[in-house]
Design a protein around this ligand. Structure first.
Ligand code: ATP
Ligand code: MG
Length: 137
């Protein structure tokens, strides 16, 4: 059993789609074992997306992530990391498969509704950035 870190991005909270996205997560067999709504600070967003700091879209990405509250989550399940990436769909919503969260809800490459960890190591560090052990149940 594996855990992954998820963010429902500002385009989801702004459009009141938190429940709709969570329904897709749960329908895929992933269990939401921690969840909170937060307004990310600039340092938090810059540190979270630190790997992308040299990319041309970094500034826009940080502004987007702090523009509205987000929902941060820990998802648990069999192969949770790969399974959630599958449910999310491709980064570019135009390339996302039918039935995926991004195909259904994403607005653009930037406002693509969700984040999911890409490997066990990143899942562990990302979870630790936002949750203590006792908050994950
Ligand atoms: P995430 O890391 O959020 O789960 P991902 O792994 O599919 O998404 P990455 O390549 O890690 O995609 O990019 C991180 C995020 O940066 C994307 O989800 C998107 O919000 C934003 N992003 C990526 N590429 C672009 C781009 N070309 N223009 C604008 N924003 C982008
Ligand atoms: Mg990524």
């Amino acid at each position: 059993i594996e855990q992954t870190f998820s963010i429902l991005k500002p385009d989801v909270t702004r459009r009141n789609l938190t429940g709709a996205v969570n329904a897709k997560i749960e329908a895929a067999g992933l269990r939401i074992v921690a969840q909170k709504r937060i307004h990310m600070t600039r340092p938090q967003a810059e540190s979270f997306y630190g790997v992308h700091k040299e990319r041309p879209f970094f500034g826009e990405l940080v502004e987007m992530m702090i523009s509205e509250p987000v929902v941060v989550q820990v998802l648990r399940g069999e192969s949770a990391i790969a399974k959630y990436r599958e449910v999310m769909g491709a980064t570019n919503p135009e390339k996302a498969d039918a039935g995926t969260i991004r195909k259904e809800f994403a607005l653009s490459m930037g406002e693509n509704s969700v984040h999911g960890s890409d490997a066990p190591e990143t899942a562990a560090t990302e979870i630790a950035q936002f949750f203590t052990e006792s908050e994950i149940v």
